[in-house]
Design a protein around this ligand. Structure first.
Ligand SMILES: *[C@@H]1O[C@H](CO)[C@@H](O)[C@H](O)[C@H]1NC(C)=O
Ligand SMILES: *[C@@H]1O[C@H](CO)[C@@H](O)[C@H](O)[C@H]1NC(C)=O
Ligand SMILES: *[C@@H]1O[C@H](CO)[C@@H](O)[C@H](O)[C@H]1NC(C)=O
Ligand SMILES: *[C@@H]1O[C@H](CO)[C@@H](O)[C@H](O)[C@H]1NC(C)=O
Ligand SMILES: [Zn+2]
Length: 294
């Protein structure tokens, strides 16, 4: 909850965000991602991950490109666009955005299948760790640790109201493989209705979590380990819009990483992963998804 701006957190608690998605005047700080982790869980995860890094020579292993199969699960309320029934063209455009945004990582995303499921409860009410998420994923999830399952829903009611997306982390896979995957708001796909969040960067961002990245403002302060990536400048809180020259940690080197896919900026403002993030991705998927190339 620490990462959610106060107004949004209050709205979340009292359920007053309903209808915000339909309104064409989105609040400046609208982007909200449900991929959160407690500090104690994070400390535990990073301790174990560090042991893995010290232990192995993963860097060399992902020299060429690796293909990852992507299964889209379109959950809808009715067969209109507002009902979540995304056209195939938007899925295709989303795949192009994903491949372009991950171009420097060596990961190639291969669209393998699309399923379409009518379920109003899931469409409206899926949220991190609730029964609807469980039921939806138990019914639809396919593949193994190396398969990306993407679910598109409406986030229209309940605790997930107003989310743009959420994801599991790679280290969650061993605990419960059926929950693995990424959930996004249907209107965030390229050409969707959620301007300025309709260029497909919500999926790019959530897949970043699926590959083991944190938010660039993880930790919520200027000191400390932040996002555990050394070349993303420290950032004390999310950046919204596209605030050029923002510097929320003036005593640390560098301006805020507002163009980074793992911040909260508008889609058009996002354009990069750093070398350090790419290195972390490779180590993460080697450690937890068995994805490596010799
Ligand atoms: C389809 O679902 C959307 C979202 O609930 C709703 O706004 C719209 O009125 C529905 N359209 C029809 C034709 O049922
Ligand atoms: C693709 O999805 C359909 C359902 O729409 C399913 O019947 C089929 O088995 C899936 N194919 C693969 C290769 O997963
Ligand atoms: C994974 O989580 C779902 C939902 O909480 C649960 O039904 C299932 O039994 C879990 N599986 C394992 C292996 O823990
Ligand atoms: C494992 O998953 C279950 C739900 O399936 C959850 O309740 C539990 O907290 C998870 N454990 C860890 C260590 O993440
Ligand atoms: Zn996020």
């Amino acid at each position: 909850m620490l990462l959610i701006p106060f107004a949004a957190a209050a709205a979340l608690l009292f359920g007053t965000l309903s209808g915000a998605i339909e309104s064409q005047t989105l609040a400046k700080d609208f982007r909200r991602c449900g991929t959160l982790i407690s500090q104690s869980k994070l400390d535990d995860v990073e301790r174990k991950f560090n042991d893995f890094r010290l232990d192995s020579s993963f860097e060399a292993k992902l020299a060429g490109s690796i293909h990852i199969d992507v299964h889209f699960h379109i959950v809808y309320e009715n067969t209109t666009l507002e009902g979540g029934y995304i056209p195939d063209q938007q899925i295709k455009d989303q795949m192009d955005v994903l491949n372009a945004d991950y171009g420097l990582t060596g990961l190639r995303w291969r669209h393998t299948n699309t399923t379409r499921t009518k379920n109003i409860e899931w469409y409206d009410r899926v949220a991190p760790h609730n029964e609807h998420e469980n039921n939806m994923k138990l019914a639809l999830k396919t593949g193994d640790a190396t398969t990306l399952n993407v679910y598109s829903v409406g986030f229209r009611a309940g605790e997930g109201t107003g989310l743009l997306g959420f994801s599991t982390f790679p280290w969650d896979y061993n605990n419960n493989s059926s929950m693995d995957g990424v959930v996004v708001l249907y209107s965030s796909l390229p050409g969707g209705t959620l301007a300025p969040y309709n260029k497909g960067r919500t999926l790019t961002h959530e897949v970043g979590h699926w590959l083991g990245l944190y938010h660039t403002f993880q930790g919520g302060g200027c000191g400390g380990n932040g996002d555990f990536v050394s070349d993303t400048p420290a950032e004390s809180s999310p950046a919204y819009g596209c605030p050029t020259k923002r510097d929320s940690c003036p005593d640390d080197p560098g301006l805020d990483p507002i163009h980074n896919f793992m911040d909260y900026s508008e889609d058009a403002c996002m354009r990069e992963f750093t070398k350090g993030q790419i290195s972390r991705i490779k180590a993460q998927i080697s450690a937890y998804r068995g994805l490596r190339k010799y």
